[in-house]
Unconditional design. Structure first.
Lengths: 383, 480
């Protein structure tokens, strides 16, 4: 084996550097913790947290453990990210297509939207929605309902709650519908490849999606009723809504700001993707007799998606990471609940910050794994 | 006249359709205009839902009438092509026009007509519109933060002279052009650092200079002139040895405070704030993150496995976590990792944290440029007998960096947009000053004006940056 100093020396130096830094830090950390009488460990996670969280998806109060508080924060983060991703994708795709419209007004409105929302810091947008826009809404007692069931007040949006009976049967019916649609789609594809006959897959799918859940209502004993929020007087000037689902204003402000901001970037990705498909492709598709719908579905979109997906993945990641800005308006997400309140109470800076960072890392990694899998699925299969 | 088909306008009855259509469109727009500017509801006698939709319906019919293909009138054809080429587009065009007309009066009355700007207190704001007095009174705070009023000339002077020094590149003659890179990469940051260190701070903000650090910096600079043969060994040992020997053996107690300038008051970083802090933070992060990012990008492309995987882990770690947790780490966790008597200012910790964070993004952008270069460039450079550093400095990096200008500009833009976040660790940058002004009991209830002001300021900065990067991109595109 040839001993090459030019290859070994830089690596050894880097190794030495890394070890030195880690050693220095951990030595100091140990010393500092000894001096302040803090012990390192993750045992606090099972202790009673004794703080309350305004909004949580799972049952939680002060008597639960810190780990439960962590879960509450994590679920709230995931909730905001999922809603934000869906909304941002919808707005982004619409605006991205609108930017390519032949209509001068639509094109420029879309461009104005993109340039406007993209160039203002997200934090300011969140502040604007939360402190300025949503604070201008009326008090609960002065609110007029929207269509009799929705109430948009300064305390948040109140919507009717669904009350299910035998919900799992309904769920099974949906799953059954999805599975049978997949089977039929496969069958139709094979039939077209072998015999050249086309089945009305779309109509059949819609029918299945409607009929199976309907059957579950008629035969399976599923029933659905609504619980409409009702105004209730607590004290002389204090009113609340009872029943229904209350969506806190923090969540509304955060999802609005996140999705409007991220949508601008997604719109640019969509535009670039569609523009990236050569004009010749569309003309070729038209010349073999495909109609405009088929051209979009079978020729343009499959190619455009390949360009759109990777940068859009990045935007989804950014949205998930940006959802941590929730801490600035006190929406109880992972950062506020865990890296904020729990850290203040326990003082376990190293443990809590490292757990928070690892959680975000794994969230990011799982999104990129998912999107990489999807990207690989739609990529051109060369040879 | 008897063969008019109203469902299908054609060229033979052009004038009739034109007059009918245009008057309908005009009526619909005029109706919206009246109801929006003069609050006159011309169709108030109809049921609400019909009177609400009526302008849209009338306008739609009118646009349908004037949609005559190849009419022979250039204007009309242009309108049809751009606003009115099918029913769907016609409705959307009308909707957008109506929304614009509807939104002009409230926006105008809020920002200008009903707004107040005179006076110096809340009582001056009597109108229903915006209270720009609030911005006027707080403007100094929004720009300089809590920096003492009588010392603010220091910030002004620093920024003006830095701007002047920064524009040297435009005036340099051919003779000095080749030194510009050196100037911008090495000398300018040092001057900027000194300005902020001596002028804006006036005291030991960052750290106390010691002879050891100065000597080792000098040793590193000398190192670039050492013959190639010994360069590696020189960089491995000499600077560190100089630093250690000076500090430990020769001048153990001689930490000299070069930082203090006589005659200037020390303003601690807690008082810095506002737009000035935004500039300081983004400027320093910009300077630091670029070289680190470049090193990381080269490290990730390196053939040496240990260096490669260290860079990969480093980059992916920073890219996977949100900036807010990085800031939390820098303010809560990082002090635990330092020796107890070692003082590092909060602002410095934040700048280091943001720089490392952005460096990971810069690294990925530069890596994209390195990958986009054809292999032939590397092979050609190697065949000329260039070593690793020579190849990268003279052949690869100049081309790769040119390719990634838009990407880097976007990263810097993101950096500027991220700076308001330092609010969460208690540094009162412009968004932080807004939050502070909002809770001032004398000025309650003017948050909207504050956010609009900050949004306008940031929008101008970011839009100018993005347009500039677009221009740069265009410029280098034509040169290739």
């Amino acid at each position: 084996m040839k001993f090459n100093i030019k290859k070994i020396a830089p690596q050894l130096l880097t190794l030495l550097f890394v070890i030195l830094i880690f050693g220095f830090f951990s030595y100091n950390a140990q010393l500092n913790m000894e001096n302040r009488g803090i012990d390192f460990g993750y045992g606090f996670l099972s202790q009673e947290s004794s703080f309350d969280v305004q909004f949580s998806l799972i049952e939680y109060d002060g008597s639960h453990s810190y780990f439960r508080a962590y879960l509450v924060g994590l679920l709230n983060t995931i909730l905001v990210s999922v809603i934000g991703i869906i909304l941002a994708t919808v707005i982004g795709v619409i605006v991205g297509i609108a930017r390519l419209s032949s209509n001068y007004l639509i094109k420029n409105t879309a461009a104005f939207y993109v340039e406007f929302f993209r160039n203002i810091p997200l934090l300011l947008q969140i502040f604007f929605w939360y402190f300025a826009a949503l604070r201008a809404l009326p008090l609960p007692q002065d609110t007029e309902s929207i269509m009799g069931v929705f109430y948009l007040t300064i305390k948040g949006l109140f919507i009717p709650a669904f009350i299910w009976e035998n919900f799992n049967i309904f769920l099974y019916s949906i799953i059954a519908a999805v599975v049978s649609i997949a089977v039929i789609k496969n069958y139709a594809k094979r039939k077209q490849e072998n015999e050249g006959k086309q089945l009305p897959v779309f109509l059949i799918s819609i029918g299945l999606l409607l009929i199976l859940p309907l059957l579950s209502f008629l035969i399976g004993g599923v029933s659905l009723s609504f619980e409409i929020p009702v105004l209730k007087k607590l004290a002389k000037t204090s009113y609340i809504y009872e029943g229904g689902v209350g969506i806190p204003p923090e969540l509304i402000a955060l999802t609005l700001a996140l999705s409007l901001y991220t949508a601008t970037f997604i719109a640019e990705c969509v535009r670039a993707g569609i523009q990236g498909v050569g004009k010749g492709q569309k003309e070729a598709a038209a010349s073999i007799g495909l109609n405009p719908n088929q051209i979009l579905k079978l020729v343009v979109m499959p190619q455009a998606l390949r360009i759109i997906i990777p940068p859009t993945t990045n935007q989804y990641l950014n949205l998930t990471k940006n959802s941590s800005l929730a801490a600035a308006i006190a929406y109880p997400d992972l950062v506020l609940v865990f890296a904020g309140t729990a850290l203040m109470q326990t003082g376990k800076a190293i443990e809590i910050v490292s757990i928070t960072m690892l959680t975000y890392l794994s969230l990011s990694l799982s999104i990129s794994v998912l999107m990489n899998w999807y990207n690989k699925k739609i990529a051109i299969k060369e040879k | 006249m008897n063969n008019i088909n109203f469902l299908k306008p054609d060229k033979s009855n052009l004038n009739l359709f034109l007059i009918l259509g245009l008057s309908l469109v005009f009526i619909s727009i005029f109706d919206v205009f009246l109801s929006s500017f003069f609050k006159i509801n011309a169709t108030g006698f109809l049921p609400t839902s019909i009177s609400f939709l009526l302008p849209l319906i009338i306008g739609f019919i009118g646009l349908h009438f004037i949609r005559v293909e190849y009419s022979g009138i250039r204007r009309l054809d242009e309108i049809n092509k751009n606003f009115n080429n099918n029913n769907f587009n016609a409705v959307l065009s009308l909707l957008i026009i109506f929304i614009i007309i509807k939104s002009i009066p409230p926006v105008l009355s809020w920002t200008v007509i009903d707004a107040n700007i005179s006076g110096n207190s809340k009582e001056a704001c009597t109108g229903d519109g915006a209270c720009w007095t609030y911005i006027k009174v707080w403007l100094r705070r929004f720009i300089y933060g809590l920096y003492p009023n009588e010392e603010q000339w220091r910030i002004n002077l620093s920024f003006i002279s830095l701007l002047a020094l920064g524009s040297v590149g435009y005036f340099a003659t051919e003779k000095f052009k080749k030194y510009l890179t050196l100037y911008y990469v090495v000398i300018y940051p040092i001057i900027a650092f000194l300005f902020i260190f001596f002028f804006i701070s006036g005291g030991p903000v960052f750290f106390d200079f010691s002879y050891g650090i100065i000597a080792s910096v000098v040793a590193i600079i000398i190192g670039f002139f050492v013959p190639n043969k010994f360069k590696l060994y020189y960089f491995c040992f000499v600077p560190l040895a100089v630093y250690l020997s000076l500090n430990l053996f020769i001048l153990p107690e001689e930490y000299v405070e070069l930082g203090k300038l006589e005659g200037l008051n020390w303003v601690e970083t807690g008082a810095w704030g506002g737009l000035a802090l935004t500039f300081i933070v983004s400027f320093f992060c910009l300077i630091f993150c670029f070289p680190v990012g470049m090193a990381l990008a080269l490290g990730r492309r390196s053939e040496l496995p240990f260096i490669k995987y260290t860079s990969v882990v480093f980059i992916e770690f920073w890219r996977g976590v949100p900036l807010i947790t990085v800031l939390f780490m820098s303010s809560v966790m990082f002090p635990m990792f330092l020796p107890e008597d070692f003082f590092l200012d909060k602002l410095v910790r934040v700048i280091i944290a943001i720089s490392l964070f952005e460096a990971a993004y810069v690294a990925e952008v530069i890596r994209g440029g390195l990958q986009a270069l054809p292999r032939g460039q590397y092979d050609a450079a190697k065949s000329l007998g260039m070593g690793y550093w020579k190849m990268h400095i003279f052949v690869i990096l100049p081309q790769a960096l040119k390719l990634v200008i838009p990407g880097i500009a976007n990263t810097f833009l993101a950096l500027v947009k991220d700076t308001p976040l330092i609010l969460v660790v208690g540094l009162l940058e412009i968004a932080g000053m807004l939050q502070m002004a909002k809770t001032n009991p004398k000025w309650l209830g003017y948050s909207m004006e504050g956010y609009v002001f900050a949004a306008v300021v940031f929008w101008i900065i970011c839009y100018a940056m993005s347009k500039y990067s677009y221009n740069l991109e265009e410029k280098y595109k034509t040169e290739r």
